[in-house]
Structures are given as structure tokens and as C-alpha cells.
Design a protein around this ligand. Structure first.
Ligand SMILES: Nc1nc2c(ncn2[C@@H]2O[C@H](COP(=O)(O)OP(=O)(O)OP(=O)(O)O)[C@@H](O)[C@H]2O)c(=O)[nH]1
Length: 363
């Protein structure tokens, strides 16, 4: 039987979930995918060339589907295949490979500029599948209470992610120890200055339920700041055809070319002492130039229970010992996004994490 698709009059709402590196997008998305949530197609951009992100989604056991999109350069080509992925989703629903979904959530990478994605969705013609059956409903931006303020002030990219938002999901406010009330006020003032129409919801607040974040409307750029309108205009095909250059995503001192990704994959297990020393040296040497590190590590004491680590702009978040591997891939995997760290030095350092040799007793 054919699945009911969204329709021109009643399109499937598409939510864009954006926010800077490590600001809590995946954590929030997992909360949105509770078992009783509406059926959701989730589109994620894989982070670096080593798959970790997909393993961190708890799509299994919910009524949702995970659809991977690939984007090319993490910094430059964030929106390229969103529209064609929506077309593929629509086809898969149409021929019954995927059951009909109630909504689509697109999680961008933390380094994605939302402007081209939003522009593509808004510009999709009613003759295209994306334009006929799907509509951009809202942009939700995660704002990290620990690092958000300085990131938005220093990086145009983070500024844009905030400026385009309908809703700002304030994350990690539970980790504020120094003058939490003052920091919250400063964050509210930042949002009010850059995007006065956005609604801020603290994800710790019981009222910040997925339904409140994802209430259905249609995204409208009208009434937004002049900057937002200009950024969308810069993305128009005409502007591109005439070679209008989008402004650099990085404010002075943060040149785009200094940001890169490195990955490490290891067969075999390492000891927790090795990992502690490795991370200690890395964090001391790199500080907040270590924009992001995430890893699933096979520890020698119990290789069946991987160790999940997150570092965000130099802050080590409480690691987790998982009960089991999230997928069939049991290799240790690390992905690092660095800003201005010597690339060769980082590459050589990553290779110092080697599997522990298993001693064989002589027979
Ligand atoms: N205490 C606390 N930790 C949080 C919160 N939100 C996210 N985290 C932690 O922050 C780290 C990064 O969270 P992710 O959800 O992976 O962030 P992300 O934005 O998806 O990361 P990228 O995809 O790398 O950009 C993890 O260690 C999370 O557990 C929060 O509200 N409170």
C-alpha cells in the first residue's frame, strides 16, 4: 500500500537543528526521539571521515529512521544535498521502503552555516519534491551556556546559527557554577541583541519539552534582522552566479583554513591509564584550540563496554562507560576538530595511542 505523503497543502514539517560544535544537538535530538514521539526522519551529517555520530543516536527502539547525509567539506558545503535527500526520503516513502513520517529533523554539523540550507528549503520550487511535500517549519539552535557567549562573539558562524533561530535551546546551564544567574542573564542579553524574536528555552526546564521546541509553523525570514536577510540574499543563485562572495565565516583571528578534522581508528584495546595520559597531554597542549573531540574507546579491562568521551572547546565533559557497543563496529574511534594546531604534530600525537599488546604466556 502506498504511504500517505505530505502534500502541498499539508507538507511534512522539517526542523533544522543547528548550533556550534559540541553545544548539545545530538543530546537534545535523542531527547526528542522518545519512543512515544511522532515518527521522525532524522538526517545527520557524519562528522569527519570516521563514523561515530550515527552510533550516538538512539534511533533503535523508537519509531524513527536515521538518514545519513554527506556534505563534503565540513566548513564550506553544508547544505548541498539536503534537498536531494528529502527527495530520496519521499521516494522511499512512496514505494513503501520507509513508512510515512510525521516530521523531519535535520541535525547540521557544528560547523555548518545554516544560510545555504535555509535558502535551499525556502527556494525549493513547488515543482520539486522538497518544495511540494516538505516545508521548513523552524530553526532550533543549541546555545552552550559554558562557551556560547564567547563563541558567538568570536565566530561569525556561531553568530549566524543564533541569528537564524526561532528557538534557542540553552544547554549545559546545569554546569554553570560561577554566578549562574549572572551568566544566564548575559546569555539572554546576547540572544536579545542578536535575535530578539527568538524564544529561549533552557533544556533543563521541565517546560522545554520536545513538543515546545518543535511546534509546527512555517519558517519565515520576514521581520528578522537585516543581517539575516542579507545572508539569505548572498545565497541566492543570482548572487552566486555574479560571484558575490559570502563573508568569511570566521572573524579576524579565526581563519577558516586553520580549522581541520583528524580521525584515528584503532583495532584492539587500550588501557585507561593510556587514555588518561593521552588526553591529559592533548588538553594541556591544545587548550581551547581543541574545538571538539569525540571518541568511542575500547578499554582493555572490559572491551565489551566502550568508553565515550567528549571534549568541547577544551572542556572535558563527564565520560560515560556504556553498557555495550552501540553498533557492530567495536573499533576505537576518535574524531578531532582542531583550530590552529600544527597539523603534522597533532597527527603524530594521535598515533601515539596504540593498542595494548596482549602478553602470551609461554606454553
Ligand atoms: N551537563 C550537561 N551536558 C550536556 C548538555 N547537553 C549536552 N551535554 C554534553 O555535551 C557533550 C556534547 O554533546 P553533543 O550532544 O554530542 O553535542 P553536539 O552539538 O551534537 O556535538 P557536535 O555534533 O560535535 O557538534 C556531551 O558530553 C553531552 O553529554 C546539558 O544540557 N547538560
Amino acid at each position: 500500500m502506498k504511504q500517505a505523503l505530505g502534500h502541498f497543502d499539508n507538507p511534512v514539517p522539517v526542523y533544522l537543528l543547528t548550533g556550534f560544535l559540541g553545544s548539545g544537538k545530538t543530546t537534545l535530538l535523542n531527547r526528542m526521539l522518545r519512543t512515544d514521539a511522532p515518527r521522525t526522519a532524522v538526517m545527520v551529517n557524519e562528522f569527519g571521515d570516521v563514523p561515530i555520530d550515527n552510533d550516538l543516536f538512539k534511533v533503535d527502539g523508537t519509531a524513527s529512521d536515521l538518514i545519513e547525509t554527506s556534505t563534503g567539506c565540513i566548513c564550506c558545503e553544508p547544505g548541498n544535498d539536503i534537498v536531494s535527500t528529502l527527495a530520496r526520503l519521499s521516494e522511499a516513502m512512496d514505494n513503501g521502503e520507509v513508512s510515512a513520517v510525521d516530521r523531519v529533523v535535520i541535525e547540521t554539523t557544528g560547523l555548518a552555516d545554516p544560510a545555504p540550507i535555509i535558502n535551499q528549503m525556502l527556494m525549493s520550487s513547488h515543482h520539486s519534491i522538497a518544495g511540494r511535500f516538505f516545508a521548513l517549519a523552524a530553526v532550533i539552535t543549541t546555545l552552550d551556556a559554558l562557551k556560547g557567549e564567547e563563541t558567538v562573539e568570536e565566530r561569525l558562524l556561531a553568530h549566524k546559527q543564533l541569528a537564524f533561530a526561532d528557538r534557542v535551546a540553552l544547554t549545559k546551564a546545569d554546569m554553570l557554577h560561577d554566578d549562574p544567574a549572572g551568566r544566564r542573564e548575559a546569555l539572554a542579553a546576547l540572544v536579545a541583541r542578536i535575535n530578539p524574536s527568538a524564544r529561549i528555552l533552557d533544556i533543563q526546564d521541565p517546560l522545554a519539552q520536545p513538543e515546545t521546541l518543535l511546534d509546527h509553523g512555517i519558517y519565515a525570514p520576514d521581520g528578522r534582522s537585516m543581517d539575516v536577510l542579507a545572508w539569505l540574499k548572498d545565497e541566492s543563485p543570482l548572487a552566486k552566479a555574479f560571484g558575490v562572495q559570502a563573508p568569511s565565516q570566521w572573524l579576524p583571528g579565526n581563519r577558516h583554513s586553520d580549522v581541520y578534522t583528524k580521525s584515528l581508528v584503532i583495532e584492539g584495546s587500550v588501557t585507561s591509564r593510556q587514555v588518561t595520559t593521552f588526553l591529559d597531554i592533548l588538553m594541556r597542549a591544545a587548550g581551547d584550540r581543541l574545538l571538539r573531540l569525540k571518541g568511542l574507546i575500547s578499554l582493555a579491562d572490559d572491551p565489551g563496554r566502550p568508553y565515550l568521551i567528549h571534549i568541547v572547546q577544551g572542556i572535558f565533559h563527564p565520560p560515560q562507560r556504556l553498557q555495550s557497543w552501540p553498533s557492530q563496529d567495536h573499533r576505537t574511534r576518535l574524531v578531532v576538530i582542531a583550530d590552529g594546531i600544527d597539523e603534522k604534530a597533532l597527527e603524530s600525537f594521535l598515533l601515539t595511542l596504540k593498542p595494548k599488546k596482549v602478553r602470551r604466556s609461554k606454553s
